[in-house]
Design a protein around this ligand. Sequence first.
Ligand SMILES: *Cc1c(COP(=O)(O)O)cnc(C)c1O
Length: 357
Amino acid sequence: MTIAPTPDPRRAPSGAIDLRSDTLTKPSPEMRDAIAHAVVGDEQKGEDPTVHALENRVAMMLGHPAAVFVPSATMANQIALRTLGAPGDELLADAHAHVFCYELGAPAALSGLVMKPIPGAHGTFDVRALEDAYVAPAWYRSGSTVLSVENTHAETGGQVWDPLQLTTVVDRAHSLGMRVHLDGARLLNAAVACGVAPAAIAAQFDTVTLCLTKGLGCPVGAVLAGREDHIEKARRSKQLLGGAMRQAGILAAAGVFALDNNIDRLAEDHRRARLLAELLTDAGVPLGQTAIDSNIVLIDLGHHETGSHEFATRLGQAGVRLSTVSNPTLLRAVTHMDIGDSDIHRAAATIAAVYAH
Ligand SMILES: *Cc1c(COP(=O)(O)O)cnc(C)c1O
């Protein structure tokens, strides 16, 4: 029997520069090493020491008493919303929130929450917009009881909330009696971009989702942090949804490795996103956002004859992969740990060439 040479596990099979998402990162050899040596146990029975280590690390880092490891940030969000709201309650979030646009209506489908978007095109919003959307509970109406906030905001180009504006909104929601969830799938991008500790953003929320499979480079997983009683309730929902696992320390070990090694380097992804934006602007390719806050760049095809799907196909044939978003005139590029400076230069030149045709 002949054994084929082991391919570099991180290289994209196509050789294309893949900027569709930071979820595309492949675990590094060092991360695979940490996975291979993980001490494991039965997670569902609370016996996996590596899962406990990850949960404790994330709880500490986010300034919360407790945390629970789950298979995905989607599940973390839905467990959180279920924990904070009751059937019939209104869930408020911005109109472009991941929890509204990309989770199959789960707040309604799984938890009976009424999904009420805060209008606006920006992802972030102010106290006035919150107050306009808010409805006080009364005996004849359930009212707005849960607010979900996304930071960084994915759909509008990795926008980072201004810390003061965020605190003002969260404080107001709390003073209205609401419970507030942070969809912080890319919370660490926001913390690095603001130059603050993650807890400075996360501690003020009732529950916080952190995704491990975006810029942190893990293969699977997310963590939900919050109060002891909320996380206790969240563990029941995790079991209900089939999210309890067995020797999940295999996955949690990647998370612990990422917390040790992959946070500070997010600044590199942000620098490369700004570089890509500069190169594209210099080449006459319009952008779909005014500022590059983190690792996402939107390309505006509003004045181009080619639709975004066809443009993305042509670009793919030329060796650069971007993703479509819900706005049909935009394409999205996301920088991540498997993308270097030379990839950015090559991608910008290719996008500019396809745009010019
Ligand atoms: C990716 C993402 C999620 C979902 O993460 P999964 O781990 O893929 O389920 C949730 N919220 C935001 C803002 C995201 O970008």
